[in-house]
Design a protein around this ligand. Structure first.
Ligand code: GLA
Length: 660
């Protein structure tokens, strides 16, 4: 902090404490919740007396899921302003030694790949200064004891409930003890706290696992499903959607969309999502962001006739927006050039040919909210894909006074949250899916507003193995936007079987991203099989416990993960043989998460064009004959045998049900 005299020293001392039942919310920010039977909160009241600052540290202990969260508030009780310049939300000091980090690194179309490094005396940092949680680093930091696997070893992890600039660090100190921190990134952050004002620092979720990474993931998943995601869709099957982005890009009209909807409906798809390109002169990505009126050349008569038609066919309707952006070539920019984030006298950098709107400015937030809401009020729109396709640069606001310029990035995030909060208040049944050039804002902050987030623009089934593995390290499968797309894949040009694409997408929200009017009859038949498969397994995938069996990222050859129901009576595993190997026979795989003394039936389901072939364990599963019961102990300690298949990228789905 820096006080009015320019001093930067701080001395924060304990004053008193209280313990309150339940979990308080955090004004303006996403926050976990829970009642007094699930969580109690220790508040440490502290003070920096010379600076007349009151600092409250909130530790919430969620006993039902074994999580502690932490956030901080700072109140100026003096009569002069003070600048907050660095305010982390959590810090852990530990005597543990010999740790390795676990982080999620990426880029566009390659989000959240798991990485490890040794913790040493040099500070290890993951951070974003891009105005969003970002494709590149992720607001998650774990440390694990040496040799920790999915099933064994100690892990301490922090995850930030925030969607903007963050910084997380870990380092060994001079005595080789470990310190971990997480909070808003101090870069570009300088908050002017006037007398009487209070600043809320966002919440950090902390998880400890004594039994490996798998237990850590399941703890995060349970926590987010129970204590963070509010959507009425959380425990419901989401409608299977078809999105026209990879099918048409900007080149579509009502007729095309209706033809997609008609054919999709016949195959069991339940919702059409109209992506980018429906408004103003948006024929490409050079223009029109900010001009949210319907292009009637593309959609004659406006939205309502199209939505009604799609509804008549029996499909729901969803729409794409990018409300935080403004194209230099737009009516809005002509009228309000000062609404874009920019430094006075400098031409801001364009990215994807667009600028970012200044969401620190209340009139911009109000205006943009109205643009979105007006469209939603005009027709029966049940889903919104809320996109954000560039990061923040040229940090300047024509609205903020000089002493508040350092508040822009955080105020931007607060503006975003307030828009989404209003949206959910006015349209409580709206299914909101966040997105940011793929998965650049897949974070716990956004999960408070939307039960699902688009994971990545890379829809290739094999690329998705690593992206979904990294994402599911922290976030439940029910939150991961995953679609089956056409081949050759638009990002990497790979050709994978339709079946494999379906199996990989099943372990997310599930949907399609292709032109159903142009694909082969064989693929169309597969869609029918897959939509039935979704209905059969989604309750389990959405609500169950996640287990990672094998990682293609680690072994370079095959991948397998699964979900086991909470009562352990049912499980589904997806196995992907990425690369075939010569002269190799069956692969023995030990399953996880089952109950040792339960007897199970194992079905290995290989779907080929249009029909599912079930081999009741006869060739693939251990211990043979159809209908044979196998103990959970055998399945977990000896395992099942999966025969090698000819060819790359083949997958199978293994369904396990208990006989009792
Ligand atoms: C982003 C999204 C895509 C698509 C395009 C539209 O890249 O991630 O899914 O919506 O924008 O411009």
């Amino acid at each position: 902090m820096e006080n009015a005299e320019g001093y930067t020293a701080a001395g924060i001392n304990y004053v008193s404490y209280e313990i309150i039942g339940g979990k308080p919310g955090i004004e303006g920010l996403p926050a976990s919740f829970g009642d007094a039977s699930e969580v109690s909160t220790l508040v440490l009241h502290c003070a920096d007396k010379p600076n007349k600052l009151k600092i409250d540290l909130y530790y919430s202990v969620f006993e039902d899921v074994d999580v502690i969260t932490r956030f901080v508030t700072v109140t100026n009780e003096g009569s002069d302003f003070i600048f907050l310049k660095k305010l982390y939300s959590a810090c852990l000091d530990m005597e543990n030694k010999d740790f390795e980090t676990i982080t999620l690194h990426g880029s566009w179309a390659r989000e959240r790949h798991i990485e490890n490094a040794r913790v040493g005396h040099m500070k290890y940092t993951v951070e974003s200064t891009r105005g969003e949680s970002s494709h590149q680093d992720h607001p998650f930091l774990g440390v694990k004891s040496h040799g920790t696997t999915d099933d064994f070893g100690e892990v301490y992890a922090m995850n930030f409930v925030y969607s903007g600039n963050f910084k997380a660090t870990v380092q060994e100190d001079q005595f080789d003890n470990v310190r971990m921190t997480m909070g808003i990134n101090p870069d570009n952050f300088k908050w002017c706290l006037k007398p009487g004002e209070k600043f809320n620092a966002p919440e950090v979720v902390m998880v400890y696992s004594a039994s490996g990474l798998g237990n850590m993931s399941r703890t995060f998943h349970d926590f987010y499903r129970k204590h963070l995601i509010r959507s009425p869709y959380l425990h419901k099957k989401r409608p299977i959607l078809i999105n026209n982005w990879e099918a048409t890009y900007f080149d579509f009209n009502s007729e095309k969309l209706v033809s997609i909807a008609r054919q999709a409906h016949e195959l069991g798809i339940e919702m059409l999502v109209m992506d980018d390109g429906w408004f103003s002169n948006r024929f490409d990505d050079n223009r029109s962001l900010g001009d949210w009126w319907v292009n009637e050349d593309k959609l004659p008569g406006g939205l309502k006739p199209l939505v009604d038609k799609v509804n008549e066919i029996g499909m729901k309707f969803g729409i794409w927006f990018e409300p935080e952006m403004i194209s230099p070539e737009s009516e809005l920019y002509k009228k309000h050039p000062d609404w874009a984030i920019a430094v006075l006298g400098r031409e801001p950098a364009k990215s994807r040919n667009q600028f970012v709107l200044d969401l620190s400015r209340p009139e911009v937030v109000d205006y943009m909210y109205e643009q979105v809401a007006k469209i939603l009020r005009s027709a029966n729109i049940e889903y919104v894909k809320w996109d954000m396709n560039r990061q923040l640069t040229d940090l300047g606001s024509a609205y903020l006074p000089p002493e508040r310029m350092g508040e822009l990035s955080h105020r931007y995030v607060l503006g975003l949250y307030s828009m989404q909060e209003r949206l959910l208040k006015e349209f409580p049944n709206l299914l909101l899916e966040n997105c940011s050039g793929g998965g650049a804002r897949f974070d716990a902050g956004e999960l408070y507003y939307s039960p699902q987030i688009w994971c990545s623009d890379d829809t290739d089934a094999i690329e998705r193995l690593s992206i979904q593995e990294g994402t599911s390290l922290v976030y439940p499968l029910s939150t991961m936007g995953a679609h089956v797309s056409d081949v050759p894949n638009h990002t990497v040009g790979r050709v994978t079987p339709f079946e494999t694409r379906g199996h990989v997408a099943l372990f997310g929200t599930f949907g399609y991203e292709l032109d159903v009017t142009k694909i082969s009859q064989e693929d169309r038949d597969m869609i029918r099989t897959q939509t039935e498969m979704y209905h059969r397994y989604n309750d389990l995938v959405r609500e169950g416990d996640y287990y990672r069996i094998a990682s293609y990222r680690q072994n370079g050859s095959f991948d397998m993960c699964g979900v086991v129901s909470k009562d352990k009576k049912e499980a589904v595993f997806v196995y992907v043989q990425v690369l075939a190997e010569a002269n190799m026979h069956a692969r023995r795989i030990r399953l996880k998460g089952l109950k040792e003394d339960l007897k199970y039936r194992v079905s290995n389901i290989n779907e080929s064009a249009g029909k599912a072939e079930v081999s009741d364990g006869a060739s693939d599963a251990y211990a043979g004959g159809p209908g044979m019961l196998i103990g959970g102990d055998v399945l977990m300690n000896f395992g099942i045998l999966l025969s090698r298949r000819m060819g790359d990228f083949k997958s199978s789905l293994i369904h396990i049900t208990s006989a009792e």
